[in-house]
Ligand binder design. Structure first.
Ligand SMILES: Nc1ncnc2c1ncn2[C@@H]1O[C@H](COP(=O)(O)OP(=O)(O)O)[C@@H](O)[C@H]1O
Ligand SMILES: [Mg+2]
Length: 256
């Protein structure tokens, strides 16, 4: 099983969009997938059309050891895809976890018993480097860093890399960055092309060959509570996430 944390302390880079649509793409390719929403904003939860009422068993109750992870899994329109939602309760977790024992390893503990059941677990994380993101990195076998192709794209990446290295050294030796994903890419602009080149210098082995284009269908799909493949399977956004899923399953040789 691969457990993939989607991390970038910058907001609006496509973490939640990737959690929803990469999760759906992997499931449509026949993998059993669990998507865990570990962001109090709950965008991934909304993206799957799951209601966020405070009574819904969610990742918050899992982290607080009130329910098991299996008890919080919701089914979706795609048979092989389960989701653990986030509700507003999670907003308190970052603070409530601070005095707790094993506060960094709560998610890992919760995921271990279900490990056999899934081929892929994707964990969406908040736009910060707080305890929820640390929990995602400690639980993960790998991290994917979505990066928006814009001027400030690389800002913050060295800090993120340092945090990932520290988690690896202290708590999770197997953790590695399996991919840097360029999102909202427009190959017609020089800036986007330059950002891609700069990322390739900074992460020579890790930038996915698949880029996610800027595509309005990707931003519309969440308001219908559906991954883009169910909303508009022919859209460029849907095709890009299917291509990414293929690349993740069977990495393409990089030719520099
Ligand atoms: N490839 C894309 N094309 C167009 N809009 C996108 C794309 N990826 C994300 N968006 C939109 O950009 C915003 C931020 O994306 P989101 O996935 O929520 O980022 P994050 O989770 O990193 O904060 C959302 O409104 C989303 O719908
Ligand atoms: Mg998000």
């Amino acid at each position: 099983m691969r457990i993939i944390a989607l991390v970038n302390q910058k907001g609006g880079v496509g973490k939640s969009t990737t959690a929803v649509n990469l999760g759906a793409a992997l499931a449509l390719l026949g993998k059993t997938v669990l998507v865990i929403d570990a962001d109090p904003q709950g965008n991934t939860t909304t993206g799957f059309g799951i209601e966020k009422s405070a009574e819904t068993p969610s990742i918050y109750e899992v982290l607080m050891r009130q329910v098991t992870l299996s008890e919080a899994v919701r089914s979706t329109e795609i048979a092989q895809l389960g989701v653990v939602p986030a509700t507003i309760n999670l907003a308190g977790a970052e603070i409530e976890l601070v005095p707790e024992l094993s506060r960094e390893t709560r998610l890992r503990e919760a995921v271990l018993p279900v490990a056999e059941r899934y081929d892929y677990v994707l964990v969406d994380s908040p736009p910060s480097l707080g305890l929820l993101t640390i929990n995602a990195l400690v639980a993960a076998t790998e991290a994917i860093i979505p990066v928006q192709a814009e001027f400030y794209a690389l800002e913050g990446l060295s800090q993120l890399t340092r945090v990932i290295n520290r988690v690896r050294e202290a708590l999770n030796p197997r953790l590695h960055v399996s991919g840097v994903l360029v999102t909202m890419y427009d190959g017609r602009t020089r800036l986007a092309v330059e950002v891609l080149e700069e990322l390739a210098r900074y992460f020579p082995e890790q930038v996915f060959k698949t880029q996610i284009p800027r595509n309005v269908r990707l931003s519309e799909a969440p308001s219908y509570g559906k991954p883009v493949m169910l909303f508009d399977p022919k859209s460029r956004g849907a095709q890009a996430y299917m291509a990414l899923a293929h690349e993740l399953i069977a990495p393409v040789e990089l030719h520099a």
